[in-house]
Design a protein around this ligand. Structure first.
Ligand code: SF4
Length: 270
């Protein structure tokens, strides 16, 4: 989320809008610069490896070298260790890279790349409407976009790492990211490629297919305009609405716990 009051433009990213919908006050109080957790570093490193593979093409050794280099660079910049140290993180990353190397979509994506039908890490900045005199836009960067061809109507791809399999129906019903990215591209099919985080077991990926229509996009735009209207009317200096009805409202997962619910319940509330 960012706001340019001089030019009256307001931007939402899907991650900030997701946070806003979960708890508005958590978004208002989020740290400006956050040290990534080991889980975030793992995800970032995997994204870097896939981006490199889909732009220059790598063999198995190349994938492993790229994985180590990407994770080491992030670790040297600073990582907040929540679950795993470097060695375990690298073992999980290696497992994900093996899964990528033999994942069914990889070959199709490489084929699309050679046919000039694939863009990787594609940025977008798209106007969705106006609130009062303020222009409301969505922005972000998409992991990969497979353009339509004679046999496909195109696919928007997003890579995820997860401790367990996704429930497809949840994402079809409520996923904000698929709505954002399909609205920005006009491509209705959105696929998550989910890498199940494991250290030693067989590498595993899951393809989660979500589709979006004009109706989903209209609903998203209505929510974005209402959220912008709320933020602009309350301003950034006074507290926003709070919502503690999720597991993310906890000392572990909310950086604002001590200044919010923690004021009442303390650091060890459960
Ligand atoms: S402590 Fe809970 S209610 Fe307060 S900002 Fe964090 S998530 Fe929201």
């Amino acid at each position: 989320m960012r706001y340019d009051p001089e030019n009256n433009v307001f931007w939402w990213r899907q991650s900030s809008f997701n946070t806003f919908m979960a708890c508005p006050e958590k978004l208002r109080t989020r740290p400006l610069v956050e040290i990534p957790s080991d889980a975030a570093a793992l995800g970032t490193a995997l994204h870097a490896v896939i981006e490199k593979d889909l732009t220059v093409g790598l063999d198995m050794d190349g994938l492993q070298v790229a994985a180590y280099a990407a994770l080491e660079e992030l670790w040297n910049e600073g990582v907040r260790q929540v679950q795993h140290g470097f060695n375990t993180s690298f073992a999980i990353l290696q497992n994900c890279v093996f899964a990528w190397a033999k994942a069914e979509p990889r070959e199709n994506l490489l084929r699309a790349h050679y046919a000039d039908r694939l863009t990787v890490e594609e940025s977008f900045d798209w106007k969705v409407g106006d609130v009062g005199g303020t222009e409301v836009r969505i922005e972000g960067r998409i992991d990969a976009v497979e353009q339509p061809s004679r046999s496909s109507r195109g696919i928007v791809w997003d890579w995820k790492t997860s401790g367990r399999q996704y429930e497809t129906w949840e994402h079809q019903r409520w996923g904000i990211q698929p709505s954002f990215y399909t609205l920005a591209t006009g491509i209705r099919d959105f696929h998550y490629l989910v890498f199940i985080k494991r250290v030693t077991q067989e590498p595993e990926v899951q393809i989660v297919k979500v589709t979006r229509s004009e109706a989903h996009w209209n609903w998203l735009v209505q929510q974005l305009l209402a959220a912008t209207s709320y933020v602009l009317s309350v301003g950034f200096d006074r507290p926003w609405l709070t919502n503690d009805h999720s597991a993310l409202c906890s000392p572990k997962w909310c950086p604002n716990w001590d200044g919010c619910k923690g004021v009442h319940l303390g650091p060890d509330p459960w």
